[in-house]
Design a protein around this ligand. Structure first.
Ligand SMILES: [Zn+2]
Ligand SMILES: [Zn+2]
Ligand SMILES: [Zn+2]
Length: 52
């Protein structure tokens, strides 16, 4: 059983594992840039994802 969930970033399509995800405010994110709301306008860097 895997526990992958979608990154909590609205524009992000990445899936994250709850074990390895970045947790912030009770949500799970795939990357620091998603977790901080892309304040630096940098995407998560994952393929096929333009969430910045
Ligand atoms: Zn992403
Ligand atoms: Zn993300
Ligand atoms: Zn994002």
């Amino acid at each position: 059983m895997d526990d992958k969930i979608k990154c909590a970033c609205e524009h992000c399509t990445c899936m994250v594992e709850t074990e390895t995800a970045i947790k912030k405010n009770g949500s799970f994110y795939c990357d620091e840039s998603c977790a901080n709301g892309h304040v630096e306008k940098v995407g998560c860097g994952h393929e096929n994802c333009n969430c910045s």
